[in-house]
Design a binder for this molecule. Structure first.
Ligand SMILES: NC(=O)c1ccc[n+]([C@@H]2O[C@H](COP(=O)([O-])OP(=O)(O)OC[C@H]3O[C@@H](n4cnc5c(N)ncnc54)[C@H](OP(=O)(O)O)[C@@H]3O)[C@@H](O)[C@H]2O)c1
Length: 316
């Protein structure tokens, strides 16, 4: 049975979900249908992935079929950087619900703390490979999130890619405290300090790029490491008769974390959920903790590094 984590909103988030970034239109609907048939109930989406209309069509088909009810699914989406002012955040939430063909999402996240210039472009290009920024404070975005939650459009609200001091700022100003933080997290980027900080506040941590995104040409550079071929992980996989991906995903579950591996490959979609019939020992968990390299794959420090809210300016 898929384990879940309790959110401060009273709802529960399944520990393993399906990622949809880089799942192309034409692929993403099939991946979601395969995943739900395999037992996934948690799907991670975002406005900026530009595939939410197709996600919505797949969800409609699944719900119309009647085997799975809406309340059994946990759908996350994220408001994009060009929608940070209060009015634009409301607009983006409404677009997301319309694209997904849903009356509410289970979790809405502010995708990044740094805002981009508002307008039609998702990536408003500036000079020297930088974006054109907006100076809207994410506290304003959070106000819209609180109102959207009150209006029943999001059951839980949270943050993505925020540092501990940015989370603290939202926490201090918030009427509704963030339920969740989604950040890059895998055995080569274990985020121990940020995890401890969130644990103290009762914020559930969801790890993105949980497998270190081995197939992506988008952020990957020559010489970047591949956690799926790590020797420690391979040894533990052999001992359990499981694959390296399953060992990594079980490490999330046994560490009290959620993970959202992306795949459009049916066999991998099933493989990534088949992690609830075994457990890692404390020694195995600490061996995996020990391979941390503080290596991140999603690094926007070149593109967004001089934005005052760029999260990569702080240690954690
Ligand atoms: N909040 C944010 O800013 C943010 C940023 C990045 C990602 N995310 C979310 O997190 C999700 C996951 O992260 P990610 O897509 O960056 O990386 P990931 O899940 O770590 O890796 C995905 C890649 O691994 C391959 N793969 C999946 N399962 C595998 C397995 N069992 N064995 C070998 N290879 C496997 C996939 O290939 P195939 O698809 O070809 O099978 C794909 O190329 C995203 O899809 C997105 O929903 C959020």
């Amino acid at each position: 049975m898929v384990q879940s984590l309790k959110l401060n909103s009273g709802y529960s988030i399944p520990a393993i979900g399906l990622g949809t970034w880089q799942s192309k239109p034409g692929e993403v609907a099939a991946a979601i249908k395969t995943a739900v048939a395999a037992g996934y109930r948690h799907i991670d989406c975002a406005h900026v992935y530009q595939n939410q209309k197709e996600v919505g069509e797949a969800l409609k088909e699944i719900l119309d079929e009647g085997k799975v009810k809406r309340e059994e699914l946990f759908i996350t989406s994220k408001v994009w950087n060009t929608f940070h002012s209060e009015a634009k955040a409301h607009e983006n939430i409404d677009i997301i619900l319309s694209d997904l063909q849903l009356s509410y999402v289970d979790l809405m996240l502010i995708h990044w703390p740094q805002g981009y210039a508002e307008g039609a472009e998702l990536f408003p290009a500036g000079e020297n490979g930088k974006m054109r920024y907006s100076d809207v404070d994410y506290l304003e975005t959070w106000k819209a999130f609180e109102a959207a939650q009150k209006a029943g459009k999001c059951r839980s609200i949270g943050l993505s890619n925020f540092t501990h001091s940015q989370i603290q700022r939202v926490w201090d100003a918030a009427e509704v405290k963030p339920a969740c933080l989604q950040v890059e997290l895998h055995p080569y980027f274990t985020q121990v300090k940020l995890r401890e900080f969130c644990k103290e506040k009762g914020i559930v941590v969801v790890g993105y790029s949980p497998l270190g995104n081995p197939g992506s040409a988008f952020f990957r550079k020559d010489g970047d490491p591949n956690v799926l071929t790590n020797e420690v992980v391979a040894g533990i996989a052999k001992a359990h008769g499981k694959t390296p991906a399953q060992i990594i995903l079980r490490w999330f579950v046994d560490s009290g974390l959620s993970a959202i591996p992306k795949s459009v490959t049916p066999q991998r979609i099933s493989e990534n959920l088949a992690v609830f019939d075994f457990q890692l020992t404390a020694e195995e968990i600490s061996k995996i903790d020990g391979i941390n390299k503080n290596w991140r794959i999603v690094d926007l420090s070149q593109r967004d590094g001089d934005h005052p809210h760029c999260p990569f300016l702080e240690e954690f």
